[in-house]
Design a protein around this ligand. Structure first.
Ligand code: G5P
Ligand code: MG
Length: 230
């Protein structure tokens, strides 16, 4: 039977918790989680992925996108709609796309989003979070020394393999990413606001924002886990 498709994206500056929130959404609602940043890093041959890997049946989608660059993100994000007939499509939560007005317009050409979740986190908080982030490159699992530390320092909980810090989490790289995001995101946010599909959540803690995100999504699709179980 065809699944009902919910087209949602999660927007927010670097470190705002897009990956963390999408992972919770994926688990709580049985959705697929695709990360544009993860895909770009893998395409460029870098490690340090921060989001869940795409399930095997959908890796063909990512592979169907063009090469790295801003166009790559468009191709990848649009691919699932093209690759799979509705009967085989599961709803997906997509963090970090669209990131520019051009990408938002490209997305319009393929599908209409049902909702957009925007995370507003103070920039000082973002810098602290990113400097404490460690990732397991092979799986994309993300840790934070303060928020969700690994069971043993420096190693992945499930595989015992070493954790690494992303190159772009260095303080000088973070400042540049935040500046870039600010400029590019403003018109995207305005666009979705004007369409009445923007849902903004502000705060300094994902655990306080999460119940609101959960409630919003629960009104659209039935959860498979309770809010606390994520
Ligand atoms: P990414 O990979 O999408 P960014 O820069 O947008 O990268 P990033 O850094 O991955 O976003 P996030 O996913 O928003 O951050 O945040 P996260 O990983 O869940 O949380 C950050 C850290 O804080 C983690 O360690 C987490 O455990 C912790 N944390 C979460 N909540 C809390 C909390 O409440 N308290 C505390 N203390 N910690 C918490 O994209 C990478 C690059 O790829 C390019 C761009 O250059 C981008 O910079 N890219 C694109 N380029 C063009 N078009 C696109 N569509 C692109 N998408 C990506
Ligand atoms: Mg991320």
């Amino acid at each position: 039977m065809a699944s009902k498709l919910l087209r949602a994206v999660v927007l927010g500056p670097p470190g705002s918790g897009k990956g963390t929130v999408c992972e919770r959404i994926a688990r709580s609602f049985g959705l697929q989680h695709l990360s544009s940043g993860q895909f770009l890093r893998e395409s460029l041959g870098g490690g340090g992925g921060d989001h869940l890997a795409v399930p095997a049946s959908h890796t063909a989608c990512a592979a169907a996108g063009p090469g790295p660059g801003s166009g790559a993100a468009s191709g990848m994000a649009l691919a699932p709609s093209r690759c799979f007939p509705a009967a085989h499509c599961r709803p997906c939560a997509r963090p970090g796309f669209p990131r520019t007005l051009g990408q938002a317009k490209a997305l319009d050409g393929i599908c209409q989003l049902d909702l957009v979740i925007s995370l507003n986190i103070p920039f000082e908080t973002l810098k602290d979070r990113l400097s404490a982030r460690w990732v397991h490159p092979a799986s994309g699992r993300v840790y934070n020394l303060d928020f969700n530390p690994p069971l043993s320092r420096g190693v992945d909980d499930l595989t015992g393999e070493p954790l690494v810090q992303r190159e772009d989490d260095r303080p000088e790289a973070v400042a540049a990413r935040l500046r870039k995001y600010k400029d590019a995101a403003k018109p995207v946010i305005e666009l979705y606001k004007s369409r009445g599909i923007l849902h903004s959540f502000s705060g300094t803690e994902t655990n306080k924002i999460w119940p609101y995100v959960y409630t919003l999504l629960s009104s659209r699709i039935p959860p498979i886990l309770s809010e606390e179980e994520h």
